[in-house]
Each structure stands twice: as C-alpha cells, then as structure tokens.
Design a protein around this ligand. Structure first.
Ligand code: ATP
Ligand code: MG
Length: 306
C-alpha cells in the first residue's frame, strides 16, 4: 500500500509538487498523468527516495520516505525505471540484470534463477549475451524493466515506460506491465499517454503541481460529466428545446437538426429526454451516445485548473 499525504516538493522558491494526497492499493496499476513540468518525475523521485520531500509524507508498506532507516528499507522493496533508463550499454542483457542482483545482495543461486526467469518472461533469453548497445529502444526498455525486477520488488515505479516506443513495442511493454499486476505487483507509472492510462490503469491521478482529479478512468469520466447524448430530429423548434430545458439543466448545442446534450448518467437521463421531446411533438430520427475519451476528460480537467 502506498499512502501519500500532503506531499510537497519545493525547489528554491518554486513549488514543483504541492500537497498531494492519494493512496495506491496493493496489486493496482496507478497512473500519474499530467502535462510537461506537472511534477510527475519529482513525485516519483520522492516516492522512490531519490530526492527528499519538503513537507508532507508518504509511506510504502508503512515505511516512511522521510525516515532515513525506512528509506533504506523502501529501496529494497521497490524497483525503478527512470526517464533515462541508464543501462550499462557495453554489458550484455544478462550481465545488466546480474549486476543489479549483486547490488541488492542476492546470492548467486538467487540471481541465476531470477535473471533467467525474467529474461525468459520478457522474451530476451535468446539475446541475453548481446551487449545492450546493440538493442532497439523497445528491447532496452524491456531490459530496464527486467533489471528493476531483479530483486523481486513488491512495487515498481516506471517513469513514462512507453515514451518513444513504436506502437508495437509500446503494446509489448504494456502487456508486460499487465502481467506484472497479475503476479501481484503494485505498479506506479507516469505517463503522457492518455489512451494508455485509460487502457491499463486501475486508478489515475491528474497532476498539475497539485492533484486536480483522482479516480478510476470510469469515475473520472463520470465526475467530469463528459458524456454527451446526440439527438437527431427531423425538425428542431422552440417547443422541443423548451421541453428539453424542463428536464435538463445542461447547455444544449444545436447543429442543424442535431442536438447535443451533456448527460451525467445516460441510462437514466436518455429515456427522460426522449420522452420530453416526443411529448412536445418532436420526431426523433436517431439517438447516439458519445462517451468521452480519456483525452477529453484530461484536457477538461487541465483547462479548468488554469
Ligand atoms: N532539481 C530541480 N531543481 C529545480 N527545479 C526542478 C528540479 N527538478 C524539477 N524541477 C522543476 O519542477 C517542475 C516539475 O518537474 P518534473 O520533472 O517533476 O515534471 P514532469 O511532470 O515529470 O514533466 P515531464 O512531463 O516534462 O517529464 C519543473 O518546472 C522543473 O523545472
Ligand atoms: Mg518527467
């Protein structure tokens, strides 16, 4: 479990991360989403004990990042893939992992077992002896994730794990992340990729120095009220518009013979809308539901906080 409470980072007189409070449950994929400079990397660096916090606190498995002894223990139960993955390019994939295992004090037997299991799982066993310098970006990213798992951490922190990967490599990395959740790992990732957040995250936090929205992708969509119902009529007149206004307080967009109405809950609100229109003599040709993409939800949240 990751508990974050009032976590703040100030550089000089500039607040990079302000008063974050949220929790990540064991076995969950949590995504921190935000524009450039939002404070995602700074948050991840505080949580993985690479930089100190200014105020507030965070606890991982009840160990506090602000406590020196605890932060040593935290480092042993987490794995980290930073923005700049920093592999030893001249070393083979096998040696990169083995070296990390040594740093974490694993025995030779443990290392043999873990490194082989990970390289096989990540489909890198065949190329294990090649220097990482000869690998593609996608392969390097897989080595970096495998390496971060060499000491079998409970929690994995990933800073934009699919940035700069082509769609196929990005999918491979996403699938690996989903598999890690199946194995019971807790995953905390930063991402710019809204679609990715929607597809793989159980919970998403939208960050812009402060946390401006938090919840499952579905909850965010509902809380930001972004569903729309489009009603096509054979004629739009004041009687129909008046009828809609009696049952809905949301703004009505009019585009020729099409009306778009914001709805919070389409299942309960659409029948009411349809009934009101029909009772007012409106002739409905078609009704379409527009569900917002994560991108629309995200942009709405970020713009509203400007
Ligand atoms: N060591 C530092 N000293 C001073 N300012 C810093 C430092 N590290 C980060 N910042 C500032 O804090 C803010 C947040 O940076 P951070 O790297 O956390 O953002 P980010 O959300 O990861 O952005 P990106 O999407 O570009 O990776 C930025 O304005 C950055 O310039
Ligand atoms: Mg960053």
């Amino acid at each position: 479990m990751i508990y974050v409470e009032g976590l703040t980072k100030v550089f000089g007189d500039f607040t990079a991360v302000g008063d974050l409070t949220f929790q990540v449950t064991d076995g969950e994929i949590f995504g921190l989403l935000g524009p450039n400079g939002a404070g995602k990397t700074s948050t991840l660096r505080m949580l993985s004990c690479l930089i100190s916090k200014t105020s507030g606190d965070a606890r991982i498995d009840d160990l506090s990042i602000g406590n020196k002894e605890d932060s040593k223990k935290i480092r042993r139960i987490i794995g980290l893939v930073a923005e700049n993955v920093g592999l030893y390019e001249e070393l083979s994939a096998y040696k990169n992992l083995d070296f990390y295992g040594k740093l974490y004090g694993l025995t030779e037997t443990q290392r043999k077992e873990n490194v082989r299991r990970l390289l096989e799982e990540f489909d890198l066993w065949e190329v294990r002896d090649r220097p990482v310098a000869t690998f593609s970006k996608g392969m390097k990213q897989k080595v970096a994730i495998a390496r971060a798992l060499a000491h079998d951490p409970k929690v994995l922190f990933l800073d934009e794990p699919t940035a700069n990967l082509d769609p196929e490599a990005a999918k491979i990395v996403r699938d690996l992340i989903l598999n890690l959740r199946k194995e019971g790992k807790t995953i905390f990732l930063n991402t710019h990729n809204l679609d990715e957040a929607q597809r793989i995250c159980d919970k998403v936090g939208i960050l812009k120095t402060k946390l401006i929205a938090l919840g499952s992708p579905e909850q965010l969509k509902v809380s930001l009220r972004a569903d729309k119902t489009v009603i096509a009529l054979d004629e739009v007149n004041d009687k129909v518009l008046g009828a809609i206004r009696t049952v809905s307080s949301s703004e009505i967009e009019i585009d020729g013979k099409k009306l778009t109405v914001d709805v919070r809950n389409p299942q309960t609100e659409n029948p009411i809308l349809i009934k009101a229109i029909t009772s007012a003599g409106g002739n409905i040709v078609a009704v379409t539901q527009l569900s917002p993409t994560m991108e629309e939800v995200y942009l709405k949240a970020v713009r509203e906080k400007k």
